[in-house]
Design a protein around this ligand. Structure first.
Ligand code: PMP
Length: 395
């Protein structure tokens, strides 16, 4: 039975690398995943910054069950008044700045970014887009067009024209944003580049330049949103409000959903010239939206984000080892840089065998990722760090 599933996985399921993790998980709860061969794993990836409340949080499970019994899919996004969506939109916009007052629901991070790029072109009537070197915004053709790494996109050309790349944190490059540019899309903390934080008020300078040139500023908070950095959103941490906020991943607490949030006067241009400017069958699916409501409510009521910075410090305090060169990041979003790539890749494999799951970054394979569920406890951090240090000792 066990071998059979592995064979089917390799033979009949499309693969994206020649070395998948191949963990066969039977159930998952909190920060732990349990495999069919009765092993217990600590999850330091959280499905790539998704499971903010841990796996199968009871409040999210309950919200899903209740919604499934009422209705599932009814109609394409935006035609019917679906209460999970209206409840979520009100709850979210109530605590965002006044220009982020309208939510457009989609299915994923890529789709949120795709829609945001289209919206910016349509709203400004301008042809150009600026993105950042080493940016990751998703895998669909539009999102891949703004991906800042040649290796990962070159085979898929031709991609979208009119895209220019500037360097994150480089003030000199800001002059390339001019009145022909519809939008700048940026991760306020670059994730797959290996967690690069903005320096010296870079985001404020970027915002100023966008304001001067009438260019829309899109923050891709697909990975940084919902408390990962110890604040609800990176834009709150750095005090710079974007024109369009893109969210997904942790939004649904384990269910697939994303959104772009902007001013209603901007989002409303999707209504005309042409009508149906962005449409999506499953965007804001009621079951996912119900899960998103429960996630937002639980993050708030249980004050989970308030602990994130001290939990992050617990990791950085305990992870002292001569093979660790640097730890970068904020909150529970950390990149642990080892001496070299070979060591890091060996380490990740060995650590998994020891029952702790981590990964490298798409554009930076010399560091491993610490992005566990935000509900991790200090005791569980001790448990994880002990295994990490022991594994580094053994390499
Ligand atoms: N933007 C960022 C910053 C991401 O990290 C990711 C996914 N890793 C995406 C966009 C794409 O999201 P999705 O996979 O849901 O399309």
């Amino acid at each position: 039975m066990h071998i059979n599933q592995r064979e089917i996985f390799l033979k009949h399921i499309g693969q994206t690398s020649d070395s998948p993790f191949m963990l066969e998980i039977e159930r998952a709860e909190g920060i732990y995943m349990y495999s069919t061969d009765q092993k217990k794993y600590i999850d330091l990836i959280a499905g790539v910054s998704v499971s903010c409340l841990g796996h199968c949080h009871p409040k999210v499970v309950k919200a899903v069950q209740e919604q499934v019994e009422k209705y599932m899919h009814l109609m394409v996004y935006g035609e019917y008044i679906e209460h999970p969506q209206t409840r979520y939109a009100k709850m979210l916009t109530d605590f965002l700045p006044s220009n982020l007052n309208c939510v457009y629901f989609v299915n994923s991070g890529s789709e949120a970014n795709e829609a945001a790029l289209k919206l910016s072109k349509r709203y400004t009537g301008r042809p150009k887009i600026i993105s950042m070197v080493n940016a990751y915004h998703g895998s669909t053709s539009g999102a891949m067009s703004v991906l800042g790494n040649e290796y990962f996109k070159n085979s898929f050309r031709p991609l979208l024209p009119g895209i220019d790349f500037i360097r994150f944190n480089e003030f000199d490059d800001l002059s390339r944003i001019d009145r022909s540019v519809a939008c700048v899309i940026v991760e306020p903390v670059q994730a797959e580049a290996g967690i690069i934080l903005p320096e010296n008020n870079y985001l404020q300078a970027l915002k100023n330049r966008c304001t001067e040139t009438g260019t829309l500023l899109i923050f891709d908070e697909v990975q940084t949103g919902f408390g990962r950095l110890g604040e609800w959103f990176a834009f709150m941490k750095y005090n710079v409000v974007p024109d369009i906020l893109c969210i997904a991943k942790a939004m649904g607490g384990g269910m697939p959903i994303g959104a772009l949030v902007s001013d209603k006067k901007i989002l409303d241009v999707f209504q005309s010239d042409p009508v149906l400017g962005h449409i999506t069958t499953f965007g804001g699916h009621p079951v996912s939206a119900a899960a998103a409501c429960a996630t937002l409510e639980t993050l708030k009521s249980e004050k989970i984000i308030e602990n994130v910075n001290s939990l992050g410090k617990a990791f950085t305090g305990r992870l002292r080892h001569k093979k660790i060169k640097q730890i970068r990041g904020a909150g529970l979003f950390l990149a642990v840089e080892l001496e070299n790539t070979d060591l890091n890749l060996q380490f990740i494999k060995k650590l998994r065998k020891q029952g702790v799951v981590t990964d490298w970054f798409i554009f930076h394979d010399q560091a491993f990722r610490i992005a566990p569920p935000l509900i991790i406890t200090e005791k569980q951090i001790d448990e994880a760090c002990e295994i990490i240090i022991k594994t580094l000792d053994e390499l």
